[in-house]
Design a protein around this ligand. Sequence first.
Ligand code: SAM
Length: 243
Amino acid sequence: MTPMGKQDKIFEEGNLSGLPFTFNQEVTEVFEDMINRSVPGYRTSLRLITLFTKHYYQSDTTCYDIGCSLGASSLSMLQAKKDVKIIAIDNSEAMIEECKNRFQNLPQSQSIQFLQQDVMEAELDNASIIVLNYLIQFLDLEQRERLFDKIFSALLPGGILILSEKIHYKNSFESNRIFRTHHKFKSINGYSDLEISGKRDSLEGVLITEPEEDHFSRGARAGFKSSTKILSNLNFRTFIFCK
Ligand SMILES: C[S@@+](CC[C@H](N)C(=O)[O-])C[C@H]1O[C@@H](n2cnc3c(N)ncnc32)[C@H](O)[C@@H]1O
């Protein structure tokens, strides 16, 4: 896949529009740069998707990449096994169109189907791997609950949900400390204080974090027999939930 390589300068002048953050054309064009410079452990989360797909993929089943953006998680699954079949879902037209463009010349493009759809409307079934890489933080709490139930029903026995999320701590002192460290992480990656605060303002009420304990409880409520934290990088986590 050819990366677009455009640098994220969306909040160079702060949140000028005052509008909430959306995954529109402007964000799509800089998304790779944005996620790489903003999410500690992002690349590792993708490598873990490959590793866990190798181990847990069951032949003649479907893998889902929900909230696929530009398909990085789908690509990670494709790298794991030759015969994987993937359905990649995103409700952003700009994202799904660019994602399709990027995959069209890949030899494995026949193995992947792209759907522009809200995950709450999507039909999921016969799945051995479902990936939610930094998606549910954009859903409200009631939707998260329903989505976990839907995912649990769609997974076959032995199937897994791979979930990556930004989290906060229950303890506000710890949360503020990690929040400041994350701010430094973004500064080191070239974002100015104005850019960081501009993006934070635009994400207010759009990206809602939870403590990691809440993700474990939701997994248990949905019926998953085990849940494990497989990556912890500042205030970002990856978990697997096994059916
Ligand atoms: C942070 S990005 C995900 C990154 C991607 N999974 C990766 O590994 O590179 C979140 C994505 O979720 C999509 N999204 C947000 N709400 C959604 C919904 N209700 N249904 C489907 N996609 C959604 C956004 O359009 C965006 O592309």
